[in-house]
Design a protein around this ligand. Structure first.
Ligand code: ADQ
Length: 498
């Protein structure tokens, strides 16, 4: 059977019991542990000069990691990936900047990683590439002659065309993405934005079977919403209730309601708005003063990027101001904890709280929302308050869906969640658990890899048929309309798009 080779910017050999923040790491590792395979990417180390890859085997997963030089790190990681693509794809063009040198570094690192991966590849390996750091990775592999099936999954949102076009090399990037055999998104809306960019720009056509003919290539595009293992999480949440942080929090919040939020510290997560809506609840519904606390857990990430230093300062300022305004001798309204927790402990903390408060301004999926639901006691579940701009909102209609830009609506949703009757809480929870089980992590992985295998089998049969036709100069019937020639509509590039 063919090996699965996972490629992502950061390889995170997450050991059992160790804290690990980051949805990609959690999702990919859970998926890879079942199938076995190789995980290739950056070690997280800055090195003086590029050395060969390091290998480490844990169980059935081999981790292959490479270092980045300071220049690579600055241009590819801190620069184009996190200061251009991340903000723009999260609709924060105000925070985005573009620098040609950084983009050149982004392409250079993609090409270099592709070259290093090529030396490890066997002919029947399947390559699964993850996230925005690696949009041109398949193009770089194809450039050096790799013909293996290569799929791509985007963990973050894909912006509407108008937003994407603010990134100057947008066309080159999207053309490069069309070198993958399958391109997967978290939601139908994200997938539609990608198709809109292609079709409205006159670069290609999308057919009803999910195939996209663009830039002389044929690929499958689709929505593959990432899931969790809800029953394993439910079990962990139940078993870890006697751990120190959990008992300490239970003790500290006796007789009080608890609203819980857990995020990486990032401007896309809407933390400031969330604090302000909680402040609004306390101001507008004074009966909750002294009766409810908000616990926000947010470990800093990318703390060397200036924007992240600013958000940290703003947030600490807001927490201090709100606590100053409402705190009582024996009650602190907002507890803001700047650290990571062991994952199972986190699930037990979720189970302890009456409200899961997940209100990103924009989020690919948001696994915390799903984990919160799975962690609840089905007999006495908490309520999820969820942003309409998280991909998870497409799948969790049992949550109270809010607009994170509307503080009053959020405060109202908190009040409603805090006083929701048991019957309604149970019904909403049961409904969401059904959804989570029907779309769990193995379904995400199998749906994506199933499509990748299918598409690449058909595509390589088509390639062989074309080669044969060219060699014998006779008409060979193709398995289906593989685009040997550019589709007619591609000729009509709109003026508007240029
Ligand atoms: P993230 O932006 O990292 O992921 P999210 O999906 O919420 O966001 O995943 C975070 C993960 O880290 C969760 O599993 C959570 O439990 C864990 N975590 C968060 N804070 C933690 C802490 N303090 N201690 C320990 N663990 C912590 C990206 C995209 C998302 C997408 C995921 C997966 O931005 O939109 O859902 O990838 O595709």
């Amino acid at each position: 059977m063919s090996r699965l080779i996972v490629v992502s910017n950061r390889v995170a050999p997450v050991q059992e019991g160790r804290p690990a923040a980051g949805g990609l790491a959690i999702g990919v590792l859970d998926a890879l542990k079942e199938t076995g395979g190789v995980w290739f990417g950056w070690s997280g180390e800055i090195v003086n000069q590029s050395e060969g890859p390091a290998f480490e085997r844990q169980g059935n997963v081999t981790y292959v990691t490479v270092g980045l030089t300071r220049r690579d790190y600055d241009q590819y990681y801190r620069g184009f990936s996190n200061a251009t693509l991340w903000p723009t794809f999260h609709y924060r063009t105000d925070l985005s900047h573009y620098d040609r040198q950084e983009y050149a570094g982004y392409l250079r690192v993609n090409a270099s990683l592709a070259k290093q991966l090529k030396t490890l590849l066997a002919p029947d390996d399947i390559v699964w590439v993850h996230d925005y750091h690696l949009l041109p990775f398949a193009a770089a592999l194809r450039e050096i002659g790799v013909t293996n099936p290569i799929g791509f999954f985007l963990h973050i949102p894909f912006p509407v065309p108008e937003m994407l076009r603010t990134v100057p090399p947008h066309e080159e990037l999207i053309k490069a993405m069309c070198s993958f055999d399958v391109v997967g998104f978290q939601t139908h809306a994200d997938c539609q934005s990608f198709v809109d960019y292609i079709e409205r720009g006159g670069f290609g056509m999308h057919s009803d079977d999910g195939m996209l003919h663009a830039f002389d290539r044929m690929l499958k595009v689709g929505a593959y919403p990432i899931g969790i293992y809800p029953d394993a999480i439910a079990k962990a949440a139940e078993q870890y209730t006697d751990r120190k942080p959990v008992t300490a929090l239970r003790e500290a919040t006796r007789e009080r309601r608890l609203i819980m939020s857990v995020d990486r510290l990032d401007y896309s997560k809407g933390l400031v708005e969330r604090f302000q809506a909680f402040e609004r609840l306390l101001a507008d519904s004074p009966q909750w003063q002294g009766k409810v606390s908000l616990v926000q857990i947010a470990p800093p990430t990318r703390s060397d990027v200036q924007t992240y230093q600013r958000i940290r300062q703003t947030l600490e300022g807001e927490a201090g101001r709100i606590n100053g305004r409402f705190a009582q001798m024996d009650w602190t309204p907002i507890q803001y904890l700047n650290r990571k927790y062991e994952r199972n402990v986190l699930m037990a903390l979720f189970r302890l709280s009456q409200v899961g408060y997940v209100t990103p301004l924009r989020d690919g999926m948001n696994l915390v929302a799903k984990e919160y639901v799975a962690s609840q006691d089905p007999q006495d579940p908490g309520v999820l308050v969820l942003s309409q701009f998280a991909g998870a909102a497409e799948q969790l209609p049992g949550a109270l869906i809010v607009n994170p830009f509307d503080l009053v609506q959020m405060a109202d949703a908190l009040a409603r969640a805090l006083s929701m009757p048991l019957d309604e809480r149970r019904a909403r929870h049961a409904d969401m658990m059904t959804q989570l089980r029907a779309n769990d992590l193995s379904i995400w992985r199998d749906a994506f890899l199933g499509d990748l295998r299918r598409v690449s089998t058909v595509a390589s049969a088509a390639r062989r048929a074309v080669e044969l036709a060219e060699m014998s100069r006779v008409d060979v019937p193709l398995p289906f309309h593989y685009p040997v020639e550019r589709p007619a509509r591609v000729a009509y590039r709109s003026e508007y798009h240029k």
